[in-house]
Design a protein around this ligand. Sequence first.
Ligand SMILES: Cc1ncc(COP(=O)(O)O)c(C=O)c1O
Length: 436
Amino acid sequence: MRKWIQFCIRARLLKLSTCLRSSDGDKKHKDFVPSKSINSGEAESIRTFQPARRLKRIETPEMGEFFVLARQLPRCINLSLGESDFPVSKTALDAGWKATKEGKTYYETTNGLPELREALAEKAYRKYGTRYDPDSEVLITVGATEAIFIALLALLDPGDEVLISDPGFVAYEPCVALSEGVPVSIPLREENHFKPSVRDVTSLLTPESRVMLLNFPNNPTGSILSHEEAICLAKIAAERDMLVISDEVYEKIVYEGTKHECMAALPRMRERTLVVGSFSKTYAMTGLRVGYVYGPKELITPLWTLHQYLVACVDTIAQHIGLAALMGPQESVGKMVKEFSRRRILIHERLNKIEGIRCALPGGAFYAFPNIGSFDMSSEQFSKFLLKEAEVITVPGSMFGRLGEGCIRLSCTTAYLKLEEALDRIEKALKKLEHN
Ligand SMILES: Cc1ncc(COP(=O)(O)O)c(C=O)c1O
């Protein structure tokens, strides 16, 4: 409660200082002041409105036409989604009902429900041997999305370079650009099993290199790092005194023969690593928006400051649901991963039988990223073709970066029988095409 009152006072002060700054002639602010009264019916003044200049740093992907078309096709099978088709566990939902009935509908402590922070710190210790203070080193966020954005906003200075994978999760580049950083692409090449090569990474380093933003198991490629590969990246980060933001939202979605490596648990890494996690993927809770970030106090404190102004705190009921999911039986997670594994094997086997397609077996996450480069089409044209001819929705690889071109992304989050039908349709549609 005390923290919340302190936050309100700080927010009032911030508001006051913003007003003071704008009253001395800040140009941007003037643009927002209508020159004529809108009530008088003269609405032209709105023409002076321009989105903030920082938005010019990012591009909005042009996928509108694609999804309009998808909505018009009722037989469509959607293989584009980044979320599980399994339900949230009953134990977790019951905890949500209970919290609602008990009236837990008020602001929670800004850095998150204490029991949830304690449970996450305990999990980090039990699973990876890394110790974190739940009060100052764990922050509950609005999904991993918020954690990644505030980490970049809080830690980058203008011009700082951030290494991000290409192809990579769509939010990274815009978040770096909006934080005034410079995104630098680490190629994830198919011939290297979609993993970064040490040679590529070292060749990209400059005196401005400040952050390595890693994501394994990887979206969109399904690749996962071995212990040795993770150690190599950690060594580079430590030698060049770089921070690592390790997006580990798929840590529990790993398949037979692979093991997730937590970057913070590697030698010399705890002090320079922020680990980002989420309840979205593991517990099929994408709509409840609960994520988290943990790391050393010096790195977490600035994120917490931003988080207070941005969202105040995360939805209290959703945090209770997350806590129950984390503390409750984990069998349903195991079952879900087993089923995803069956589906990824189906996709892998079926696509590799189609002439012109090459598909690596994903080691983690729930995506396959087949190469369609031998067809004489861009990935966007190819996805559109599959949509029109097979009524199957996939995501063009180009959406994930320049090096995603030549591939498409398919999710394993559709029921097995439907997936089989989608693959039948893809196979049939592609018979009409020529390939090199
Ligand atoms: C790699 C990666 N990081 C972060 C996120 C966002 O997760 P959340 O729902 O927790 O914001 C996603 C969602 O697709 C993702 O694939």
